[in-house]
Design a protein around this ligand. Structure first.
Ligand code: FES
Length: 135
């Protein structure tokens, strides 16, 4: 069964809000790493990977064929969940912005997102050291 799913979130005020489609994927933990099938990126360049043991999803982005990065979606300012939007990750709480690599683009945060090493083969993306995101 294909367990990929989407969440459609829309702004409350029609003039302000446009609908954003968040692409969630369940992560499977194997041998201490999170495995995500590459098919999860067939229609979207990113996935929000929900991982057992982690309170925040991992944002996995494919910047070019076979080139992936992974960051925890926990804002380093005060711990809200950052969201994908307009080529960056945006915190809805106080407006911090991060690149897809977790670099700070706009404060108030002063620290980048937690970034995870990634390995790739023909079938899967492997996210390593995910225990760093459990704190
Ligand atoms: S918690 Fe993200 S900007 Fe404050």
């Amino acid at each position: 069964m294909d367990r990929r799913h989407f969440v459609l979130a829309c702004g409350i005020a029609p003039l302000l809000g446009s609908c954003v489609r968040y692409h969630f994927v369940p992560g499977v933990v194997e041998s201490g790493r999170v495995v995500v099938p590459r098919t999860a990126f067939a229609a979207f360049p990113y996935a929000l990977v929900e991982t057992p043991g982690l309170r925040f999803p991992i944002f996995v982005h494919q910047s070019a064929p076979g080139e992936f990065s992974a960051v925890l979606t926990r804002c380093m300012h005060r711990g809200c969940t950052v969201e994908p939007g307009d080529g960056r990750l945006v915190c809805p709480c106080h407006g911090s912005e991060y690149s897809h690599l977790g670099e700070v683009l706009k404060g108030p945060t002063e620290r980048g997102l937690i970034r995870f090493p990634v390995q790739v083969d023909e079938r899967n993306v492997y996210i390593l050291d995910v225990q760093r995101g459990a704190a």
